[in-house]
Write a protein that binds this ligand. Sequence first.
Ligand code: BGP
Length: 459
Amino acid sequence: MMFPHNFLWGGATAANQIEGAYRADGKGLSVQDVMPHGLRTPPTAEPTNDNLKREAIDFYHRYREDIDLFAEMGFKTFRLSFAWSRILPQGDETEPNAAGLEFYDRVIDYLLEKGIEPLVTLSHYETPLHLARHYGGWTNRELITFFERYARTVIEHFKGRVRYWLTFNEINSVLHFPFFSGIESTPEELGPQKLYQAIHHELVASARATKLAHEIDPANKVGCMILAVPRYPLTPDPQDALAAMAASHEDYTFGDVHVRGSYPGYFLRKLKELGVELEMTDADKEDLKHTVDYVSFSYYMSVCESANQEAGGEGNIIGGVPNPTLKASEWGWQIDPVGLRIILNDYWDRWQKPLFIVENGLGAKDKLINETVEDDYRIDYLNDHLVQVGEAIEDGVKVLGYTSWGPIDLVSASTAQMSKRYGFIYVDRNDDGSGSLKRYRKKSFDWYKQVIASNGASL
Ligand code: BGP
């Protein structure tokens, strides 16, 4: 396998899933603090008193040890998110919390000292709770101003130290999980008018952040981030192909706006059919023209689509129907390495922008035996996917890098548990919050180290 010589190998995390220290040094609450059970139950009125989420894996205090381990694996990059509520505790203040910025100063400086390029997500499912409860989250246009202020604060502060930025994690996921965007209703309760208006606000905010990042430092590289899922027709019936196309369009919309700077025709038609009238100012239209430098995405699974409502079963957390040719993880996410090559080609053909795989991995239950985990299943999963990345590169796709999800075990987003583990590094922490938090190298640790050292030749 031939990977480009400057390929950015690494791992990806999110603040709320690793840091802990949920009220330390002036941090405000985020939507995550009222989601003790992840996506499985509605948010609670009061913040969780669940230690697992409050302390996570305590990256806040152990970041040096963790970064040392990433450096030992040879990471070229590390994807982390800044917790908006650490920097602007309520989300709508004008003055940042200095102690929040200082924490990220320490982390970023240590990464740079270790020769690891930071890749920062501005908003990873951690909207400040105040913005959700007081403003209705992204349904409210005022959030554009608040986000822009936050983005300006951190992009100016880290000028010259952070060059790679992502705006919103899996921006299309708002279609399925609005609360991550601070909207406390299901998509059905919300209705299409409010849902699409919220999406519009996020897209404008993303474009404004892109614009200001380029103004602050032309060397900044800003990407959008999409939850990527290949949608296959369940059968050769053209109606199924059409259903697959419609489902793909849902995700493409977000990339199309970020890359092309305006809404695509199929989306405008859909809004019309739904009776949605977007409130879109001339200034919004101008803002949207500030397009991204690269497209990043997460990749875990593919699904099938069918026009037949009777077609069986729950595909996975984002819908669709199961693919009879594929196996699934314990959580029902169907494993499809070839789908990664397909999506890489598809996105490259569509947008002609460099691509960055910023999440991919296998959530599994691990057993720590003799201070290690024999996680051959994880090695197989990652190896198979990386081989397909290599194939896509051979196909001519420009790929900037690959950051596997959760290089160190962290709290799962959908289940809010520790037992769905992704890491090369095992963290002694259990679902009930017990455990020493001690870190152990799994078998996959050495495997990944070898992949990076050989620039993919060992795959
Ligand atoms: C993505 C999210 C991540 C991460 C990952 C794995 O959708 O961007 O935050 O958690 O999925 O999901 P989970 O933790 O539910 O296994």
